[in-house]
Design a protein around this ligand. Structure first.
Ligand code: ADP
Length: 160
């Protein structure tokens, strides 16, 4: 049977415990997950692409089903190049739902074979966003409840 490959696209600026939980749960469903860091020239990020990639690699170093990549074109083109027929997205609330529905509709028009799989966030992680983490960092607060423990040292060394 063909390998079921899924991509999980996002900015991961930085990766949070919410992202990590979605990815780990997705590895129970798919054979391979490609975390695809979207490069958006118009979006200023706190962490460089290289740092974001390093942090993702550290977070999943012991999970052979997870690969890390980056892309700067259309998500559907990235999926075609990597033989991925599934996009995973996380849902925290109804605002995420409305946003994801629109993206799903556009992606389906561009690539009908692509299936979007939505996973609810774990209740304890429902309020975590990367922007909240960046805000806490900017005020020198403690982010240990919000990001994977594997990256705490790196985040602190880059921002303190
Ligand atoms: P984007 O810039 O595309 O929103 P993010 O890196 O913020 O990228 O998020 C990527 C994906 O992770 C999105 O599907 C988003 O809904 C999901 N996500 C982000 N935070 C959480 C969380 N705390 N719980 C579940 N899913 C989440």
């Amino acid at each position: 049977m063909k390998n079921k490959i899924a991509i999980f696209p996002g900015s991961f600026d930085p990766i949070t415990k919410g992202h990590k939980s979605i990815i780990e749960r997705a590895t129970q469903i798919f054979d391979e997950i490609i975390i695809a860091i979207g490069i958006n020239a118009n979006k200023n990020t706190l962490f460089s692409l290289e740092d974001r990639k390093n942090m993702l690699e550290k977070s999943f170093h012991n999970n052979p089903k997870v690969k890390i990549a980056s892309f700067d074109g259309l998500t559907v083109d990235f999926c075609k190049e990597h033989n991925a027929n599934y996009i995973i997205r996380g849902l925290r609330n109804s605002a995420d739902f409305e946003y994801e529905k629109t993206i799903h509709e556009v992606n389906t028009l561009l690539y009908p074979e692509l299936e979007t799989v939505l996973l609810f966030s774990e209740p304890k992680y429902g309020v975590i966003t990367s922007s909240l983490v960046r805000e806490i960092i900017s005020h020198k607060g403690d982010i240990s409840e919000f990001v994977p423990k594997e990256i705490l040292k790196e985040v602190n060394s880059k921002t303190k």
